[in-house]
Design a protein around this ligand. Sequence first.
Ligand code: COA
Length: 322
Amino acid sequence: MHNPGDATAAVICGIGAALPSRVVSNAELCTRLDTTDEWIRSRTGISFRHVTGADSSTEDLAVQAAEQALAVAGATSVEAVVLATTTPDRCCPAAAPAVASRLGLTGVPAIDLAAGCTGFLYGLATAVGFISSRTANAVLIIGVDRLSTLPARDDRTTVPLFGDGAGAMVLRRGRLEDDGAIGPVVLGSDGTQAELIQAAHPGSLQMQGAEVFRHAVDRMTSACAQAVAAVGWCMNDIDRLVPHQANARITSFVARQLEVPDSRVLGNVDLVGNTGAASIPLLLAQSASDDRLQAGQRVLLTAFGAGLTWGAVTLTWPELAS
Ligand code: COA
């Protein structure tokens, strides 16, 4: 017989996403960069990305995605907000309190978290902590980035890769055996490789692409193996692999090394590019709404980003309101 005090798991009950309306095609990039549609698609799998204009901010995108996740959860409030981003609108103060207030949540704990493109998975671990420490019974996590602001405008090696977007998830207190319960969250970092992706300010991104590629494949592959072992599954149990969407070739290498067939791998990098901390919740929200992701499926999330940072986690996708 369980008592309510046993319920320390964090369980997904809502998901949402937001993309800026402006779409930039490879053809448009070719008008201002020395590149080709064929080069970008064959090296990255990307054809389009969404980009914010002057009319929309990181906080605006975050609010839009959060409103959708709260609506799906049937919730008007949560008791904590975690916002993962590398591209806040300002250095200080953090975006999370402002976003919380715009959602009518003034007063709840609200923090920003910077872990590059792994930010959403660090956010999941933080939400699990808020719930198990009894700080909150329900937590909103937002992954939001405007990575299109980081490259120099004329840098053909980085501009094509990045887009803007937001994804959000609501987690409630529940039990580990519930569908939607977050499994053991595997996380890591390596600051000795910090210079592989760095930007002192918007417009100054420096990236050593080939090295980043190699680390991304190695780190995501091993984090996935650890996360699956930690929950007591085997790789063949995974119905859906949901990798951070940086590059379609990185995803293929990871899936091949893990021996997960292509039919079980979700992706949207062709249409949105690399949206940073938004990548995983955005892909989950889109896949849940078009039935590529269904209740009862065993899911493995994995991410890699600047820092370097990486992570992976398992869960069983829950039934959610549409
Ligand atoms: N169009 C045409 N040519 C381009 C180009 C572009 N957009 N970008 C780079 N090139 C050129 C380079 O200048 C280089 O030319 P050179 O051989 O004359 O010097 C050539 O293509 C190969 O460059 P290289 O960087 O070795 O290519 P690559 O095969 O490694 O692909 C990336 C580059 C960026 C696509 C790839 O390294 C990558 O995806 N890395 C991971 C990046 C990433 O995902 N970062 C975020 C992690 S969260």
